[in-house]
Design a protein around this ligand. Sequence first.
Ligand SMILES: Nc1ncnc2c1ncn2[C@@H]1O[C@H](COP(=O)(O)OP(=O)(O)OP(=O)(O)O)[C@@H](O)[C@H]1O
Length: 250
Amino acid sequence: MTLRLDSLGQRYGDQRVLHDITLTVPDGQLLCVVGPSGCGKSTLLRIIAGLQPAREGTVTVDGTPVTGVPDRLAVVFQDYGRSLFPWLTVRDNVALPLRRSDLPRSERRAEAERILERVGLDGAGRRHPWQLSGGMQQRVAIARALVCRPSLLLMDEPFGSLDAQTREDLEDLLLEVHRTEGTTIVFVTHDIDESVYVGDRVVVLSPAPASGIVLDLPVELPGKRDQIATRGLPEFVALRAEVGRAVRGG
Ligand SMILES: Nc1ncnc2c1ncn2[C@@H]1O[C@H](COP(=O)(O)OP(=O)(O)OP(=O)(O)O)[C@@H](O)[C@H]1O
């Protein structure tokens, strides 16, 4: 799914949040959006998701203007604890988006189990979210986002509140899903290292107010990404420095 933002801008009252954002995300690209707190990253995702209208400019998905939530869109938020229903089992949480499909209940459950296996949670389907660790809960949220086979996946700081090891595991899970499904992904993060590690491309927004794009950087790294080897590459270090300078306004 190709996403296009054209001269996008947003205001809340007198506060100008985003200004003149023009960007095309080609089908299958994993774009990371980085920027200081309050620059409007979450606002940008909500506009792309059709959850709030933009005050200026347009968003199109495969050439069609976004006026409501696009079909085949999924969103993963940072706050996994609040995005899962505690009274449903893990399997039923994951199967929930399939309720709108014509699939019979047994097939919806089978599909949920298949996706749970995909995210490394086989065997956890009968448990409840509150019986799982934070990292496992975020895997459930990712499984629920994937169950409808989205063409566009929006992720808002999805690994921000996880410990370092879990975060690395989930970054690698995301890369694997992206490699095999070819989903277009917009991934918002505060973390410069993470943006270069997972992204095909990194866009940096300037600080508020009127945040705009200050850097649009393709990420080309040799070999399959690996938490230890990739982060030690001179190319990785150079890209990280470039993103870091842009975030700090240098
Ligand atoms: N619905 C709203 N009404 C009024 N102001 C809002 C609304 N949503 C966001 N804002 C303001 O817009 C600015 C940008 O918020 P947003 O959450 O989009 O930024 P962000 O870059 O995602 O921040 P963070 O990295 O801290 O999550 C902030 O000053 C925020 O207070």
